[in-house]
Design a binder for this molecule. Structure first.
Ligand code: NAP
Length: 332
């Protein structure tokens, strides 16, 4: 049976705003293996870049983002533009009646994110941030085990995400594009803490280190606490040995996970449990976290399962509080 374009079972026809590295490396390869989405068009400011993407992944090459939004064959767009440009282009996409999968975080702060969430709701459009970790079963299983008391009562959570220096000229080093480590990597440990402990986190203190040359924040850390007194320590930055990991520490043991935010789809994750002298390695199924995001997005677009926008605003609020706290501590 063939399904009409736009009907409940038809693949979501996706346009891409910007030929970003993350689109090439992760998201478009995931589109290729996710039946509920299909690539219709890819837009770049540079026609040659759009052509290269279309040759590799299919769809039509489009020059300019306006031209992409003016098409009549799209259900949705994926927006991997720099975070500082997302408020404008996500708003334009919503105005064009398109569902939006945005890179993470949606914007640089709460007010702009709240306006976009409200607009999407008003128009009945799905808006999802591409925080792939929230869609990988490894964290859901870790949370289930913690709830089942596998390490007793959790008392502390430590989580870090650090990456080596990027090339000069990278979007992450440009303040005008919303650059900086907090929005690029810091949001992961913060989001993980919210995922594990809930959104009711108190921020006890935050630090950001800035690069004098570019003016963006390049490293940071914070102490937070959960409603039941669980302490949270997060660390993140650029110019660090590659590391993304967390440990939850309870009165009866620890649970740890490495490659927490970047597991390739071929990796069978291992949760490490330590209780007294006992060590157990819990092997989990490999999952394609970017494919899972796309499936969840398509389910939202097609009305099969609603996408919850609360995490967008909870994260944006925490980022705002983080900045205020860190800036309050900056040397004069
Ligand atoms: N979800 C994840 O796991 C994940 C992983 C990595 C990155 N990300 C996020 O994805 C976003 C893109 O990261 P990326 O590493 O892919 O960056 P990137 O390769 O630099 O891509 C950004 C794209 O934005 C477009 N753009 C429009 N105006 C621009 C301007 N003034 N300067 C530079 N680029 C401009 C460019 O597309 P055209 O030249 O084609 O117009 C460019 O390809 C970032 O927000 C990052 O945090 C998410």
């Amino acid at each position: 049976m063939s399904l009409e374009h736009g009907s409940a079972g038809a693949p979501v026809r996706l346009g891409v705003l910007g030929c970003a590295e993350i689109a090439w490396r992760r998201v478009l390869p995931a589109v290729e293996v996710t039946p509920s989405v299909e690539l219709a068009a890819v837009a770049s400011r540079d026609p040659a870049k759009a052509r290269a993407f279309a040759e590799r992944f299919g769809g039509e090459a489009v020059t300019g983002y306006d031209a992409l939004l003016a098409r009549d064959d799209l259900d949705a767009v994926y927006v991997p533009l720099p975070v500082g440009l997302r408020p404008t282009w996500v708003a334009r996409a919503l105005e064009a009646g398109l569902h939006v999968l945005s890179e993470k975080p949606l914007t640089i702060g709460h007010d702009t994110s709240a306006a976009l969430v409200a607009e999407a709701e008003r128009r009945g459009l799905t808006l999802l941030e591409n925080f792939a970790f929230r869609h990988h079963g490894q964290h859901h299983e870790a949370r289930r085990l913690l709830g089942a008391g596998v390490i007793g009562s959790p008392r502390a959570l430590m989580c870090e995400f650090g990456v080596p220096e990027r090339e000069p000229g990278d979007i992450r080093y440009d303040p005008a594009l919303g650059g900086g480590a907090l929005l690029d990597v810091g949001v992961y440990p913060l989001g993980l803490a919210q995922f594990m402990l809930g959104s009711d986190l108190r921020l006890r203190g935050a630090v950001l280190e800035y690069c004098a040359r570019t003016g963006v924040d390049v490293r940071g850390g914070a102490l937070l606490s959960g409603p039941d007194g669980t302490t949270v320590h997060v660390g993140f930055g650029f110019g660090l040995q590659y590391r993304n990991t967390y440990t939850v520490w309870g009165d009866g043991g620890t649970l740890s996970l490495d490659r927490a935010f970047t597991p390739p789809e071929t990796l069978s994750p291992t949760l490490e449990l330590r209780r007294g002298a006992e060590e157990e390695r819990v092997s989990l199924a490999a999952e394609h976290q970017f494919g899972n995001v796309l499936s969840a997005f398509a389910d939202g677009v097609r009305g099969r399962r609603a996408v919850d926008t609360a995490p967008i605003l909870e994260m944006a609020d925490l980022v705002d509080r983080f900045r205020r706290s860190a800036e309050g501590r900056a040397p004069a």
